[in-house]
Write a protein that binds this ligand. Structure first.
Ligand SMILES: C[S@@+](CC[C@H](N)C(=O)[O-])C[C@H]1O[C@@H](n2cnc3c(N)ncnc32)[C@H](O)[C@@H]1O
Length: 181
């Protein structure tokens, strides 16, 4: 794992944490927890959050009784996840591991987790299809894989709901090209 890769995310961590605390950010984590919970079998389950950052998704699942492992290349993010876990009294159900998606098989073996999360990471990586294959490795048969990433279907929805611009959202539905910044 390259230090510089983690540095890129660490430099942006403050802005990311501010977004997490904003109403849109809080809505994103609340919605993810509600959607996931609706699809999870009765626990406690073993859950691996790859690129889990400061753990907002994973810690919510730990609070619901599951055992979570947060894997990330950023020690800064993992330290914050541990601090929040301690603050919320979740230490006994939370493990953090400095690890990269590139070495998931070596780090976590095969068939060891019931649920695997990879939220807001694959859009930064050059080979999304390869990422999905790597994510499948530690997942048990019939396990649940949860991926969150920007996608073409979400753009009109965001424009209508967040941008409050329904006309532009309608035009985006039929646009042959999309732009990302
Ligand atoms: C935008 S943040 C998302 C954090 C968390 N999943 C969330 O949705 O709140 C992306 C995270 O992926 C981590 N990351 C980047 N490249 C990675 C890699 N190759 N393997 C594991 N984690 C990585 C970053 O350090 C960062 O914490």
């Amino acid at each position: 794992m390259s230090e510089s890769q983690a540095d890129v995310f660490d430099e942006k961590f403050g802005a990311f944490a501010r977004w997490q605390a904003s109403p849109w950010g809080r809505l994103r984590y609340t919605t993810a927890a509600a959607n996931l919970t609706a699809h999870l079998p009765a626990g406690p389950l073993d859950i691996l959050d790859v690129g889990g950052g400061n753990g907002l998704d994973a810690l919510e699942l730990a609070a619901r009784g599951h055992h979570v492992t947060i894997a990330d290349i950023s020690e800064q993010s993992l330290a914050e996840a541990r601090a929040t876990a301690a603050h919320r009294g979740l230490n006994d159900r939370v493990t953090t591991r400095r690890a990269s998606l590139d070495t998931l098989g070596d780090e976590f073996g095969r068939d060891n987790f019931d649920v695997l999360l990879c939220h807001k990471l694959i859009q930064y990586l050059p080979d999304p299809a390869g990422v999905i294959a790597a994510l499948a490795e530690p997942l048990r048969t019939n396990g649940v894989l949860s991926v969150i990433a920007p996608n073409a279907d979400a753009d009109p929805l965001l424009t209508a709901v967040r941008g409050l611009d329904p006309d532009k959202a309608l035009r985006m539905l039929d646009a042959p090209t999309r732009y990302s910044v």
